[in-house]
Design a protein around this ligand. Structure first.
Ligand SMILES: [Zn+2]
Length: 443
């Protein structure tokens, strides 16, 4: 085991592990490069530094709760087997997410086994198992040896009336009983009020207070149907934060039905949440969840908030999880996608080659991705010269002009100009030059 788990109740949980250079340090280096006039500054945060006046937000380290194996697995058409789940769990553990929600032990044998196996194997992350408030669910999660029993019950009027057919009093009572039962097993308890963002805030606060009194140290505020806006999320989290004792830790769990899951998660953190529930690539039911890699990168680079996640692994994990799920990522996927750091337009390429921070929001290598200079109809001289140099050619003015002509003529039809094509054009250029030299000499 690389890092110790927190033991006594008074300790911070999960353990604080220094992972990445602090933002201040990075910004300092960035600024130093700038002051020294270093055009090759690779820290890439200059733009952020300037726009924010250098004021990184401060605060506690943000817990990352990954639910790819539970909520992500609810993605329609996806059915992961035990080996696939274990493979993803190992990646997540290596990535240093703080908690892996490995499944819903009462729901199936596979989920039960997954929770138990991952709990035994994980060397860094803690393992959570989901449970409704029924004793059977709690017992199954405890039997699967989950570190954290994640108890949930809906609190919105529409869910209580049409799904649960329970009154507000009955819901509070069921929640408290379930939390007490889980605590009885010695497990840590995380309580989720399903559909929290559509619940009456006063009632919601009363539910959370009751479960905290019953021993739940962690509460989660889910935007189950993805209908919150960032300003609503920030307000709701700060309202709940004020209603609870300071020792209660708060997660947010945002769905992406309006494409706001990442923004809502960040807004939740601004409102006082200290944990985010995410899935790799945002995989999940309907429009999906908040994407781990996007939330973590934004926390780090835009808000100056630390997580334990090894940023440099993000691209590899994103690609591997997509492969196992059998889902192709769109090229414009932020942070980890093929085009996340690809540049084609002449002005952009020229800028990036002089200083990457001109058109890059963060250094690609910091998130394990890489810069790609793409040749196409929009390319300028700098990009062509750069590509030729990278292939070992001397980019003379003439040669660059020749390639630019070829690009204007053929790129729209080719869609993708790869090295082979470029190589062929360079050969054509030299052949035609030899011919014209030969013709001159023969004349
Ligand atoms: Zn969910």
């Amino acid at each position: 085991m690389l890092f110790p788990r927190a033991g006594s109740a008074g300790e911070l949980w999960p353990p604080v592990v220094p992972q990445f250079k602090t933002l201040t340090e990075t910004l300092y280096n960035d600024r130093k490069c700038f002051e020294q006039g270093s055009a090759g500054c690779r820290h890439g945060l200059l733009a952020y530094w300037i726009s924010s006046g250098g004021a990184a937000e401060s605060g506690t380290r943000i817990r990352v709760f990954d639910t790819t194996l539970r909520d992500g697995d609810q993605m329609p058409g996806i059915e992961l087997d035990l080996e696939e789940k274990l493979y993803i769990a190992r990646l997540l553990d290596e990535l240093h997410v703080d908690i892996i929600e490995a499944g819903f032990p009462a729901s199936s044998r596979i989920d039960f086994e997954t929770v138990r196996r991952i709990k035994r194997e994980a060397s860094y992350a803690r393992v959570a198992g989901l449970a409704r408030t029924s004793p059977r669910d709690i017992d199954a999660a405890a039997e699967a040896e989950a570190d954290i029993i994640h108890v949930f019950i809906a609190t919105s009027d529409i869910h209580m009336k049409y799904k649960l057919r329970m009154s507000r009093e009955e819901v509070i009572e069921a929640a408290v009983r379930a939390v007490e039962r889980a605590r009885g097993y010695g497990a840590e308890v995380l309580f989720s009020a399903e559909d929290a963002t559509r619940s009456d805030p006063e009632f919601l606060a009363a539910v959370y207070r009751a479960v905290a009194d019953a021993g739940a140290r962690y509460i989660n505020i889910p935007d189950t149907v993805g209908t919150a806006t960032p300003w609503k999320m920030e307000w709701l989290v700060s309202f709940i934060r004020k209603a609870l004792p300071e020792w209660v830790r708060i997660d947010v769990h945002c769905h992406n039905d309006f494409g706001l899951a990442v923004a809502n998660s960040l807004a939740g953190v601004r409102g006082g949440a200290d944990g985010v529930q995410v899935t790799v690539n945002g995989f999940g039911e309907r429009g999906g969840n908040a994407a781990l890699e996007e939330v973590v990168a934004a926390l780090h680079f835009l808000m100056g908030r630390r997580t334990g996640v090894r940023l440099g692994m993000l691209t590899r994990v994103s690609k591997e999880v997509a492969r196992v799920f059998g889902v192709q990522l769109p090229p414009n996927k932020p942070v980890t996608g093929l085009n996340a750091f690809a540049h084609e337009a002449g002005i952009h390429v020229h800028g990036v080659l002089s200083n990457p921070a001109t058109y890059e929001p963060m250094p690609p290598e910091a998130v394990g991705n890489r810069r790609r200079i793409v040749l196409g109809r929009h390319s300028g001289r700098a990009a062509v010269a750069h590509a030729l140099e990278a292939m070992g050619f001397q980019p003379s003015k003439d040669l660059v002009s020749y390639i630019l002509e070829k690009l204007k003529e053929h790129a729209p039809r080719l869609k993708k100009v790869d090295e082979d094509t470029l190589q062929r054009w360079v050969e054509e250029y030299y052949t035609s030059r030899m011919r014209s030299i030969g013709a001159e000499m023969g004349a």
